[in-house]
Design a protein around this ligand. Structure first.
Ligand code: FAD
Ligand code: SF4
Length: 515
């Protein structure tokens, strides 16, 4: 064998550089399902089934195309990916090993070390499944003292001529339509929302579900209602379904939440993008095409393009820029433990119960549920960022280190001290009340900060401001919130701080009774 070509679980891309200068006559493919990747840190059943099923579908296609495949299937043996590679190298003795750069820096280190121990230097190939070219982000970012996503987004739009008028101005005369994109559903709710296309498990997925239940029964979540795209054909059908039925209101209701409505107008495309079943440019082009043909308004299309072209490419750039530091970041010195209810959804806080139960059942939560419900509560409570990171990596079907880490450790927990965002995303229960119907079903009162009925978000919001006064006071966008705290009477402040201490110490008997 000339080259052993490593294909990792999120590299299911028939166009990658791996296939250049490779041929089935001389080279062979290596893929491995290992329990270690699902156990430490844990990976939910939905996420594990998605990755393994997508891998098996991809492997089937490769075999069909005539490749020799060394595929290790899930078994009872505890094993990491690096160990599995080490065993295969010893046995197969290829002349060389090639792999596309993984989306996880520590995995790259582990694979390199293992290969080196056997006398191999893995040839790492650039990952071309992004819009930014190799090295482009680091060159761009070096020009800024304080880079922000908005700068990067405008740069890419201009450079790639995306949503631009012929006169060099942004389409519609505005770079963003954010202010149109913050609607809530009002008291009557969303009404009928076109349900997304779900994909019935085929025989491959059903076999994976059986294997996961058999070998990894203790993983969090349930695989029963699995419906994610597991191959390119499914992913293309999911894209078409979104563009046709839900893009139209994506912009308006991007931030809105509603009980028992996990999808609303969101795309559900992140897992297909991250597994590389879809290319980000084809997704953007499909949305722009819908606008050009008057199937979707500009605020929806620009809002969507901003997420994929702007945020997605930006967090990837930042991940690699700070790749050695993310696991150390803890700018707010947060050290509380992640509450147990994050793993089973059993809490009286209805917004959290909804968002967590949904992720246990579907492996999904939309951006505002992640940022302003599960992420916000951990931030206000002061949970140690690595614990929050492990939870997000475990629970969501689209979680891959390069995208999950900057979103969680950076945007959501502000543990990076302001690399991803310019301020911590803090809010009280009033925000959740405005953007959803959750508070109507909850035992707590969103506007109340003290007393037995006080919303824990609201109480902890004030506690956060109190304990981070220096940070908040020095940030012009947050200083008013500190002033509001200072305007409260000493007695009011004391009752809020006492209630906060009860929550932090998990001493909330009424919360427990309501579980
Ligand atoms: P939509 O809401 O329909 O958005 C369209 C697309 O835009 C998404 O498919 C995604 O590819 C992209 N996108 C939107 N926001 C972001 C963002 N902030 N960063 C990167 N891409 C974005 N996204 C992941 O893909 N994997 C993760 O592990 C992940 N972890 C997150 C953790 C936290 C704490 C937060 C706040 C956000 C996280 N996100 C993550 C970003 C975002 O929440 C998801 O991409 C989005 O909810 C996926 O659902 P969707 O496909 O329906 O997206
Ligand atoms: Fe969540 Fe507070 Fe609203 Fe209850 S009252 S749903 S805890 S924000």
């Amino acid at each position: 064998m000339r080259n052993l070509l490593l294909v990792l679980g999120d590299q299911l891309d028939h166009q990658s550089l791996l296939w250049q200068h490779s041929c089935p006559a001389q080279d062979a493919i290596w893929m491995a399902e290992v329990s270690g990747e699902s156990l430490a840190p844990a990976s939910s059943k939905q996420r594990t089934v998605l990755f393994l099923s997508a891998m098996r579908h991809f492997a089937q296609q490769l075999q069909h195309d005539g490749w020799t495949l060394h595929y290790r299937s899930l078994d009872a043996q505890p094993c990491s990916l690096a160990q599995a590679l080490g065993e295969s190298l010893q046995q197969l003795k290829p002349e060389a090993v090639r792999c596309v750069l993984p989306g996880d820096y520590s995995l790259q280190q582990q694979l390199s070390t293992t290969a080196q121990a056997q006398g191999y230097a893995i040839e790492w190939l650039a990952d071309q499944h992004f819009i930014a070219r190799p090295g482009e982000f680091s060159r761009w970012v070096s020009r800024y003292q304080q880079p922000r996503m908005e700068h990067w987004y405008r740069y890419l739009r201009k450079d790639r001529n995306i949503l631009m008028d012929t006169n060099g101005k942004p389409a519609g005369g505005q770079w963003n339509f954010d202010k149109d994109n913050r609607r809530s559903f009002g008291r009557n709710g969303p009404g009928p929302v076109p349900p997304p296309r779900l994909f019935e498990p085929d025989s491959i997925t059903r076999a994976v579900i059986d294997d996961v239940q058999h070998y990894l029964p203790s993983l969090p979540g349930q695989p029963d209602n699995f419906g994610w795209p597991v191959c390119r054909a499914d992913a293309l059908a999911a894209l078409e379904d979104f563009i046709e039925h839900r893009l139209i209101l994506f912009g308006d209701y991007q931030d809105a939440m509603w009980s028992d409505q996990p999808w609303l107008y969101h795309a559900r495309l992140s897992s297909s993008l991250n597994l590389k079943l879809l290319h980000p440019l084809e997704v953007i082009e499909a949305a722009i095409n819908a606008w050009q043909h008057k199937h979707a308004p500009l605020n929806a299309v620009e809002g969507f393009v901003r997420q994929v072209l702007g945020w997605r490419e930006y967090v990837r750039g930042l991940y690699w820029q700070h790749r050695k530091d993310w696991s150390q970041f803890n700018a707010l010195a947060a050290n509380a433990a992640l509450p147990d209810f994050y793993w089973d959804g059993k809490t009286a806080m209805y917004c959290l119960q909804q968002s967590i139960t949904q992720v246990l059942q579907q492996g999904y939560g939309h951006h505002i549920q992640r940022l302003m419900v599960t992420g916000l509560y951990a931030l206000l409570l002061g949970v140690e960022p690595q614990q929050v990171h492990h939870w997000y990596l475990a629970m969501y079907v689209d979680a891959v280190d390069w995208v999950e880490v900057p979103n969680t450790v950076g945007m959501s927990q502000y543990a990076d001290g302001g690399i991803v965002g310019s301020k911590p995303y803090i809010a009280s229960g009033a925000y959740i009340d405005r953007m959803s119907d959750y508070c109507r079903h909850c035992a707590f009162k969103p506007k109340q900060a003290s007393g037995d009925d006080a919303c824990p978000f609201t109480t902890l919001y004030w506690h956060f401001i109190y304990r981070h006064q220096a940070l908040i006071g020095n940030n012009p966008r947050l200083a008013m919130q500190l002033k509001n705290w200072q305007r409260k009477s000493t007695q009011e402040q004391q009752t809020i701080l006492q209630r906060s201490q009860q929550i932090i110490a998990s001493d909330l008997p009424d919360t427990r009774r309501l579980i």
